[in-house]
Design a protein around this ligand. Sequence first.
Ligand code: ATP
Length: 203
Amino acid sequence: MLLQVEKIEKSYGDHCVLDGLSFTVDRCEVVGIMGANGAGKTTLLRIINCLLEADGGQVLFEGYPMTRNDLEVVGYLPEERGLYRRMRVGEQVLYLAQLKGMSRKEAEESAHEWFRRLGAEDWWKKPASKLSKGMQQKVQFIAAVVHRPRLLILDEPFSGFDSENATMLRREIERLSAEGTAILLSTHNAEAARDLCTKIIKL
Ligand code: ATP
């Protein structure tokens, strides 16, 4: 099992958000996290990404307590989107891929392949500030997958995309999953969740 979330508890003050949540995500699985606004989806994804500490329970990665070292093989599209506004987006993706342990050459090959695949090659030299919100989101998705993560975590990946890009994203999620990537995504899009997910966790 790639990821095991075991009895995770989290409160903010006396507001209990996660109350002993458990589930697993394995290779080739697409697990959906659904719940109303404020249900705790982002809190959960931040805990798995070691950005927030749980009050109780544990997250295991390949059977061991997950640490920041595991993040090299994890990709994360956070809810709060944000690229460096002035830096050219191609360079940003290369920089982020190298932070995840890729060599410059590997990063260039993978990044160019992704930009081509998603029809974004013409944006490579543009700063993020010159791209629309949806275009920036596409670049951020590339930044989450460029290093070929084993676990991909997507927080509301469809929000901000038009229907054509949402369909593109669904196709890419299916393809990555078929290739073996374990995918965990939060969404309010019930139709996408029903079509894509092998399992849905309701918060
Ligand atoms: P949405 O669908 O609106 O994105 P969500 O399911 O992702 O919501 P979270 O962002 O995880 O929900 O928030 C869960 C609850 O925890 C909310 O009630 C929120 O107000 C609260 N909360 C989140 N972060 C903090 C914080 N840093 N301090 C206090 N309360 C917080």
